[in-house]
Design a protein around this ligand. Structure first.
Ligand code: COA
Length: 181
């Protein structure tokens, strides 16, 4: 029988900055499925802290962290634009440390993001891009209701190879046709 581990999932706070950057840097080396590669996040801990502090003022951005024994092993985010014409769109990203793949953590974090989008944001559309070869992630997104909108040929280049990238989306809530705000 496998070992039981306790996972805490919560919204990120500024003091998570260093752990988040370390998590993203190490997972980028574990998988070719992230846009980030060995160049790393390209942002300092101080800059990340400032961005995390601003999340609380935003109604179209959220960043969740999953912790095991105090270490960040997963991040899941929705990033919304500040542009008035685009601020109803949230771009989704999720990264779980390889050691913890396949235990349902990705599903739980995505469910939390979708709940947040429905209940606590004014977002009307979630979207994401995923490499066509990333079958596990595509299965996860389809299972939770994302739909394939397009396949973008040469959407990413990894190890000298041009790869197809899928654009997927999920609509959030109804649109109030009388609202012009
Ligand atoms: C994609 C990712 C977030 C999934 O997280 P996870 O915790 O491993 O996911 P879960 O355990 O909740 O679910 C995995 C699902 O994929 C399924 N799966 C696993 N391998 C699969 C495969 N080769 N093809 C299709 N489905 C597969 C599992 O059966 C499970 O589905 P189920 O719940 O219906 O049984 C994680 O693997 C990850 O971070 N990968 C690296 C970064 C990445 O690819 N991010 C997404 C970029 S868009």
């Amino acid at each position: 029988m496998g070992e039981k581990v306790d996972v805490v999932i919560r919204e990120a706070v500024p003091k998570d900055a260093e752990g988040i950057l370390a998590h993203l840097s190490s997972t980028a080396l574990e998988t070719g499925y992230m846009t980030m590669g060995e160049e790393g996040p390209g942002i300092t801990v101080e800059e990340e802290q400032e961005q995390l502090a601003k999340l609380y003022e935003s109604d179209n951005n959220v960043l969740l962290v999953a912790l095991i024994d105090g270490k960040i092993v997963g991040t899941a985010s929705i990033h919304g634009s500040s542009s008035p014409k685009l601020k109803h769109i949230g771009e989704v990203g999720i990264v779980i440390a390889k050691e913890y793949w396949g235990f349902g953590l990705g599903t739980t974090m995505m469910e939390e993001l979708i709940y947040w989008a429905n209940e606590q944001s004014k977002l009307k559309r979630l979207e994401l891009t995923v490499q066509a070869r990333n079958k596990k992630a595509r299965h996860l997104y389809e299972k939770l209701g994302f739909q394939l909108e397009a396949i973008m040929p040469r959407g990413v280049r990894d190890n000298g190879e041009y790869l197809d990238v899928c654009l997927m989306s999920m609509m959030i809530g109804e649109i109030d046709e009388t609202s012009r705000t």
